[in-house]
Structure formats: structure tokens, C-alpha cells
Design a protein around this ligand. Structure first.
Ligand SMILES: [Fe+2]
Ligand SMILES: [Fe+2]
Length: 337
């Protein structure tokens, strides 16, 4: 994915530093969402996120979604099919991404945040950490709102009607919760939140430098502003939680983190086949595209490129000082030696 730079998302261009009344703040206090009262999108946005009046002309050279996140657009059959087919595939992918985001924010990220707010981990949660968790919970509710608002409009415009089944990633993550021991469940929820929140800022950062339909671009920028803070917060909270886990919990967490990272970068073959079939692509071409995206080396590359902030947060927490964990991630091909 573009924008892979390994830098901390909180240091990205959209992070707004507010003057500190008492002292010069080089970095925000730990476990907080810096300037949330004045910077959070739920406090700032006054945009209704309606599609623009000049949509038709925008679609001449603006995209619905980020082409770099859709490598199959380079297939000769799709290139040959022309712009209207490409725009339809982008619209499909945008609606899919926004529907996924809406479910993710409510049912996974906020479920993870609840483990901090309601002391489900059985670990000490400092007051500042709890307060920021309550703010973050509010942010995610608003992200679900604006994601859904745009998804509904684009789905209506194109008659996209395969939206009822949860995304493959959601199903796979929920399955991980279903199969774990009840005593481990809260920690697994937390880890899902940590992985998700350290990945999403990178995804959004890759979106905001692309000429997208203006409404979509505004929304992604607004979301990224929040997610840069969330990524930093979750990285710090992970370090805190990791420091308090015992050896058995750490071993389970390491295995679970590896599984989760793999799941976050799997392709949703069933949905992709439906999307490609909606533009009447040749079934052989559809099969070729799906097989290519599932190749283990291609999957590993997606993990390495997309999870740098996650791996950096793990490293900063001391996760890789355990040689077993380092070997685990290296042998999975999820990070460079
Ligand atoms: Fe979000
Ligand atoms: Fe978030």
C-alpha cells in the first residue's frame, strides 16, 4: 500500500498540535487523545457528507476509492473495459469498505475499548487511559455514522445490493472470539482493537493523497485525524497492558496477535467475485485475480506493508525482546529481519 513509511501515524501531517497553556508540549501526555475536545471529528465536523452536486464531472478524473488498494484494476481485461467499469468497481469497493468500517467500529473496536472502560482485563487502568477510552468510543460511533451515510448514497446510486453479509474479516475475527476460552476473551477483544487501530491510520493515510470524490476525501481526512490519535493511544495502552501480563498470558497473546495480523490482510474472495461479476468480467479472469491475491507471498507482503505501525508498537512495548516472539513473526514472514 502507498504511504508505507514506518513513521508513527501520530506524527503525520494531519496531527494538529494545540498550544499547551502551562508548558511547551513536545508530545501529548501518555494515554490521552491530545486535544480531543477541540480536534475530534465528532466535535468539529459540520459536513452532512452528501455527495457533491457536480459528481458526474468529478467522476471524470476522480476516484471513488483508492486504486492502489485494488491491485486487480491493473488486469488487462479491466483496463481495456474502460473508465466506467473501473468507477463501478471502485464504488463497489468503497461501499464494501464503508460497510466493513461501520461494523468494525461498533462491534469490534468499541467492544475492545469496553474492556478498558469497564475493567474487563483485570489490570489497572489509569484514569487518563479510561477517560481517553470513553472519548475514543464516541469517535468510533461517529465514524460509523459518516461511513454509513456515504455507503447508503453510493449503494443507492449504483444499485449495490450485496451488503447484508458481514465482511470476511469481520466473520473471521468474530470466530476467533467464539473459539477462545471465556477467561481469555477480554484480552482477545483488546488485541483485536490494538491491531485494528494501529493498522487503520495507515490505510487512511494512503487514501488522502489520492484524487477522490470530494465528499469521500473529506470524510477520509476527518477519519484519519482521529485515527492518528487512536493509533498512538492504542500503542501506549498495549505497552501498559503487555507490561502487566504474566508469562502464560503473554504466550497466548503472542499467538493470537500473529493470527489476527494474518486475518486483517486476507482477501475476501467471495465478495470480490461478486464485485467483479457485477461488471460482467470473464469468469476465468475473475478466478485468476482471486487466486493471485491469495498467494501466500502476496499475503505476507500485504501484512509487512500494512502492519508497520503495529510491529513498531510491539517493538516499543518490548514484545520482541522475547526471542520466541521474534522468531514467530519472522517465520510467518510478517516482518523483516
Ligand atoms: Fe474509526
Ligand atoms: Fe479508531
Amino acid at each position: 500500500m502507498p504511504g508505507a513509511d514506518g513513521t508513527h501515524p501520530a506524527q503525520g501531517p494531519l496531527t494538529v498540535s494545540k498550544p499547551c497553556p502551562q508548558r511547551t508540549c513536545a508530545s501529548p501526555a501518555p494515554y490521552t487523545l491530545a486535544g480531543w475536545d477541540t480536534n475530534a471529528s465528532v466535535r468539529l465536523d459540520r459536513t452532512p457528507y452528501a455527495l457533491p452536486a457536480d459528481l458526474e464531472s468529478q467522476l471524470g478524473d476522480r476516484h471513488w476509492f483508492v486504486p492502489a488498494f485494488m491491485p486487480y484494476l491493473d488486469h488487462p481485461d479491466i483496463v481495456q473495459a474502460g473508465t466506467s467499469v473501473v468507477r463501478r468497481l471502485e464504488a463497489n469497493q468503497l461501499v464494501y469498505f464503508l460497510d466493513y468500517t461501520t461494523v468494525l467500529e461498533h462491534k469490534l473496536v468499541n467492544r475492545a475499548v469496553e474492556t478498558l472502560i469497564h475493567n474487563e482485563l483485570g489490570l489497572h487502568v489509569p484514569l487518563a487511559m479510561k477517560n481517553a477510552a470513553l472519548q475514543l468510543y464516541t469517535d468510533e460511533g461517529y465514524h460509523a455514522l459518516f461511513s454509513n451515510q456515504i455507503a447508503e448514497q453510493v449503494a443507492e446510486l449504483y444499485g449495490i445490493n450485496n451488503r447484508s453479509r458481514p465482511a470476511h474479516r469481520i466473520q473471521r475475527l468474530q470466530h476467533q472470539i467464539d473459539i477462545c476460552r471465556p477467561a481469555d476473551r477480554a484480552l482477545h477483544w483488546f488485541l483485536i482493537g490494538f491491531v485494528s487501530e494501529t493498522i487503520i491510520a495507515k490505510e487512511l493515510l494512503g487514501a488522502i493523497h489520492v484524487p477522490l470524490v470530494s465528499t469521500v476525501l473529506d470524510m477520509f481526512k476527518s477519519h484519519l485525524g482521529d485515527e492518528a490519535r487512536h493509533s498512538r493511544y492504542f500503542s501506549e495502552v498495549f505497552a501498559h497492558v503487555w507490561s502487566l501480563l504474566d508469562d502464560v498470558q503473554r504466550a497466548k497473546a503472542a499467538t493470537q496477535l500473529l493470527t489476527l495480523l494474518g486475518i486483517f490482510f486476507e482477501s475476501d474472495t467471495r465478495w470480490l467475485k461478486e464485485s467483479l461479476a457485477s461488471v460482467d468480467l470473464n469468469p476465468t479472469t475473475i478466478e485468476q485475480i482471486c487466486i493471485q491475491l491469495q498467494q501466500p507471498a502476496v499475503h505476507q507482503q500485504r501484512v509487512r506493508a500494512g502492519a508497520r505501525a503495529t510491529v513498531l508498537a510491539l517493538a516499543n512495548a518490548g514484545f520482541f525482546t522475547l526471542e520466541h516472539n521474534r522468531r514467530l513473526f519472522l517465520s510467518a514472514g510478517f516482518m523483516d529481519a
